[in-house]
Every structure is written in C-alpha cells, then in structure tokens.
Design a binder for this molecule. Structure first.
Ligand code: NAP
Length: 246
C-alpha cells in the first residue's frame, strides 16, 4: 500500500462484498468509512474494523441522494483529512421480465447503482484532484456485459457503470486518479442467497471453475487495483467470475 494515502470510502459496506472489501483494506492498514443505508449494521461493521488498529467511521448514506453523498465526502474529509480511495460497491437488484418490470423497479435500480456511482465519484474526485492522487474502483457485474434475462434494469445500470468507469478514467487521468471496474460473476452473499436452488445450480453449471465466488475473491482484486502495483492501470474492467464470462 501507499505510505502517504490511507483513507478509503467503501459504499454499501455494512455487509456482503462491501464488508469483505472493507475488512481486506483495514487489514492492510487503511482507515475505512463504512457508508451504508443501514446505519446500525454499518456501525457494527465499523466496530469490527477497529480491531485492526485503524480508524473506522460509519456514515449513513443513500448513494442515490446528492445531499447524502455531499455529506459523506464532507464528514470523511473533516474526520480523516482526505478521500484517497473510493470503492463504489452499493447496489441492489429488482429482477423481473421486461414486460412485467414496473417503472419504479427500473428507476430505483438505475438511481442506486448508476446515479449513486456517478455522484460518489464526482464528489470524491473533487477532493482527490486537490491531492493529485486518487483510486476509484467500481463494482459492476458480468450482467452489464452479458445482458442477463430478467435483469434489464440491473444489467443496464452495470453497463452504465462500465461506461462511467471509462469516462472518469479519461477525465481524471491527468490528476493521477485511476478508475477501474470489477465485473463479479456469481458471488455468494445475501443478495444472491435469495435465489432458488434451481437458479443457483443453473449458474454453477456454467462456471468453468465449478464453484461460486466468495466476497473475498472480489476484495483481493480491489486490493490489487488500489495498490502501487496497479498504478499504470486505468479504465479497465476485470472479470472475476470463475469463467462464467469468457
Ligand atoms: P448486498 O449483500 O445486498 O450488499 C449491498 C449493500 O449495499 C447492503 O448493505 C445494502 O443495504 C447497501 N445498499 C443498498 N442500497 C443502498 C443505497 N442506496 N446506498 C447505500 N447503500 C446501499 O449485495 P452484494 O452481493 O454484497 O453486492 C455488492 C455489489 O456487488 C453490488 O453493487 C452488486 O450489484 C455487485 N455484484 C454482486 C454480485 C453477487 O453475485 N453477489 C455479482 C455481481 C455484482 P440494504 O440491505 O438495505 O439494501
């Protein structure tokens, strides 16, 4: 990790992949802002992270609300001094076939997954530009590349996240801010636990590595992308799916 840069925001990190990312980065010595819509769970995660001897703050944030995101960045700068790393992980699904998908199901997924990534990146980048350093990692999905049936809202939001990754990478590269995305495949978390055994087996049969992914599989790649080893990588999408997407 970098000697000078120590402060990371991980959105949606009260549980699941975000929590695994927060744990991994805390173990590496980074201070963590646990930003989540679920405040009690976020506070609990922050307490667990402090066991690694770092500073951890829980901030209640709905990433789709501009005032929440401005607040998130303001408190982070006030309490920790800077925003060096941003992991845009908060995301939801509201699956339905397009003919049955309501406008509300469409809007909420686009608002949280895509607009949320835009807002957090925009306000964090403002701070990163001042320091001429920043690392942003967006958690997209293989759905955004494959276009999965029953997930028009989700797949479109994640395709948008991949496009945003490239736009931000081009706009902020000159300020030493790298922006990359990870496209996870099927990862076992509370988001995917609700799926039927039949759907889970369907995914498994298509994964060449013959196992579902773990949140830690994603956290490892985030750890790499924000490390000095990846300082010449920007605008990429890393597919972490056990071969589900080849
Ligand atoms: P998860 O277990 O549902 O965790 C997501 C976290 O984000 C939850 O704590 C959730 O709170 C929070 N959140 C929801 N809406 C929010 C908002 N508006 N503002 C801030 N936080 C919010 O999901 P996960 O499986 O860890 O997924 C994490 C990311 O990976 C998502 O972007 C997801 O699309 C992506 N991903 C997951 C998989 C997979 O197989 N699991 C595959 C590909 C990509 P609530 O519980 O209140 O909603």
């Amino acid at each position: 990790m970098y000697e000078l840069y120590k402060n990371a925001i991980v959105t949606g990190s009260a549980r699941g992949i975000g929590k695994a990312i927060a744990m991994k980065l805390a173990k590496k010595g980074l201070n963590i802002v646990v930003s989540d819509i679920m405040y009690d769970e976020a506070k609990q995660t922050a307490r667990e992270l402090e066991d690694f001897g770092i500073k951890a703050i829980a901030i209640k944030t709905d990433v789709s609300k501009v005032e929440d995101v401005e607040n998130l960045i303001r408190i982070t700068v006030n309490e920790l001094g800077s925003v060096d790393f941003l992991i845009n992980n908060a995301g939801i699904t509201r699956d339905n076939l397009t003919l049955r998908m309501s406008e509300q199901e469409w809007d909420i997924v686009i608002d949280i997954n895509l607009k949320g990534t835009f807002l957090c990146s925009k306000f964090a980048a403002k701070e990163m530009m001042k320091n001429r350093f920043g690392r942003i990692v967006n958690i997209a999905s293989v759905s955004g590349i494959l276009g999965t049936a029953g997930q028009a809202n989700y797949a479109s939001s994640k395709a948008g996240v991949i496009a945003l990754t490239k736009c931000f990478a081009r706009e902020y590269g000159a300020r030493n801010i790298t922006v990359n995305a990870i496209a996870p495949g099927f990862i076992l978390t509370e988001m995917t636990e609700q799926l039927s055994e039949k759907v889970k087996e369907g995914y498994l049969s298509q994964i060449p590595l013959k196992r579902v992914g773990t949140p830690d599989d994603i956290a490892e790649v985030v750890n790499f992308l924000i490390s000095p080893s990846a300082s010449y990588i920007t605008g990429t999408v890393i597919n972490v799916s056990g071969g589900l997407l080849i």
